[in-house]
Design a protein around this ligand. Structure first.
Ligand code: SF4
Length: 285
């Protein structure tokens, strides 16, 4: 006997706390399959035009996990990151990110979000900026626009930056830890952060900023994990108020603009962080 329930009926049963099993939808099955694929499996080198740098996410079809799939379902087609990221120039790095399929976030993106800043002074060079702003990952608007910090959070960030004489198109570069949008704006997973990290590292090497403003938990964790022991266990509030270091560049930790939109009283703290970053920069000069 088949039990053919529509969404409304399922919701009603769930509301009444009556458990009913039904076969997973195609989307549910896909999510389950991706979650169950062993994370350490490797991809044959022949599947990619470039040699693998490292692989942390399996490209094996979900069928390998013993799950039943309809024939038209397609598992993520992942490829190794390009080799030589740490010697790429700016245009090569941009191209590498644009074509990257090293983690499953490539599947749902409309655009990669490399970052935004002033034009480079000459072909092959990175933009010249003192300030680098680092956020977490693109949201829906950023994914569609291919640019970080658009929408309301972006307006707030622009206003904050303008207050200290900064502008994303003239003297500050804005980037994210993760270059592709996590579906449903979920938090990036550790293997996604690990796969994407070399791109941000190379961006920082090429930009040579004099100060980095790390906005939000993930940016702070990613940038300070090598210098602040157990940084992920520390509340963001404890990391504010003092400059930290990322490969010799001072880092000031602050709140993400999206958080500030929901927590207006903390805007004053974010302003204090921005002033601290300015002070650190002026002291260094
Ligand atoms: S999130 Fe980063 S590592 Fe993953 S596909 Fe996008 S660019 Fe590549």
């Amino acid at each position: 006997m088949s039990l053919d329930l529509d969404e409304r009926q399922r919701a009603m049963l769930a509301e009444m706390n009556i458990p009913v099993w039904w076969p997973p939808t195609a989307a549910e099955a896909e999510v389950e399959a991706v979650a169950m694929v062993a994370p350490a499996a490797s991809v044959p080198a022949a599947s990619s035009p470039v040699a693998p740098e490292s692989i942390a996410v399996s490209a094996q079809p979900a069928r390998a996990a013993g799950l039943k799939h309809s024939e038209d379902q397609v598992a993520p087609t992942l490829q190794p990151r390009p080799t030589g990221i740490d010697t790429m120039d700016w245009p090569a790095l941009q191209a590498a990110v644009a074509g990257c399929r090293a983690c499953k976030l490539c599947e749902g993106r409309h655009n990669t979000v490399f970052g935004v800043g002033p034009a480079a002074p000459a072909p092959g060079l990175a933009p010249q900026v003192d300030w680098l702003i680092v956020g977490e990952a693109p949201g829906e608007n950023e994914d569609l626009a291919g640019e970080p910090f658009v929408g309301q959070a972006g307006k707030l960030l622009d206003n904050m930056l303008r207050a200290v004489g900064l502008d994303r198109h003239s003297n500050a570069f804005i980037a994210n830890v993760i270059k592709c949008r996590p579906p449903g704006n979920r938090n990036p997973e550790p293997e996604e952060v690990a796969q994407c990290e070399p791109y941000l590292r190379r961006q920082i090497e090429l930009l040579q900023p004099k100060i980095i403003l790390a906005m939000g938990r993930f940016a702070v964790n990613a940038l300070l994990q090598a210098t602040v022991p157990e940084v992920h266990k520390l509340p963001l509030g404890k990391l504010r108020g003092q400059p930290h270091q990322y490969r010799g560049v001072p880092v000031v930790a602050t709140y993400h603009p999206a958080y500030l939109l929901r927590n207006l009283p903390d805007k004053a703290k974010a302003w204090a962080d921005l002033c601290l970053a300015l002070e650190v920069l002026q002291r260094a000069a």
